[in-house]
Design a protein around this ligand. Structure first.
Ligand code: ZN
Length: 182
């Protein structure tokens, strides 16, 4: 039934937590990718969401947490420094005025023109008005204080930001709570 495919299509974009073979969190991918990896027998599904994905011929449980079968050497503590991850670290909030209801830019705290570097400690999310107001000044010169000191995130923190109501099953794997003892 075409309508049920349309209703279910968005489920393929649902976030799936991928664990290394030793259970350390590795990445978050889409359910579509996790289903492909499961089909190729690259992963073991540990937890499913309560929903199913339907096609005209099959219906599949929607994976929530998967573990890869072959251990991957991987620096699981570092997070790539890029625009998306800076904004994620800053939880989609301007680090000067606290506005979360606007599109965000990346501000160099110590401006590039004054030798400011592209580092986790020197980049923050800022709304356009704050970024324009600050211009080529340091926070002190612009009299604009940061709401918190920016730090290099670790991957665990980054994953924890994904945990919403639907991802409660992820919590033990991200050390947010102990596993239940049966
Ligand atoms: Zn702002």
């Amino acid at each position: 039934m075409p309508s049920s495919i349309a209703i279910n299509g968005h489920l393929l974009n649902r976030a799936v937590l991928v664990l290394n073979a030793n259970y350390s969190p590795m990445m978050v991918c889409t359910a579509k990718r996790a289903i492909c990896m499961d089909y190729l027998d690259k992963v073991e599904v540990l937890v499913n969401y309560n929903e199913q994905v339907h096609s005209p011929t099959i219906s599949l449980d929607l994976p929530s947490v998967v573990k890869i079968r072959d251990y991957v050497r991987y620096d699981n503590l570092s997070v790539d420094l890029n625009r998306k991850n800076v904004i994620a670290r800053d939880e989609h909030v301007c680090q000067y005025c606290g506005n979360s209801k606007t599109s965000l830019t990346i501000d160099h705290i110590n401006p590039k023109g004054k030798g400011g570097l592209d580092t986790w400690e020197n980049l923050v999310a800022a709304c356009k008005p704050c970024n324009q107001k600050k211009g080529d000044k340091t926070p002190e010169e612009a009299n604009m204080l940061l709401t918190r000191i920016p730090k290099r995130p670790n991957r665990l923190h980054y994953f924890q930001l994904y945990v919403k109501a639907q991802q409660q099953d992820w919590r033990p794997y991200l050390f947010m709570e102990p596993f239940e003892v049966n």
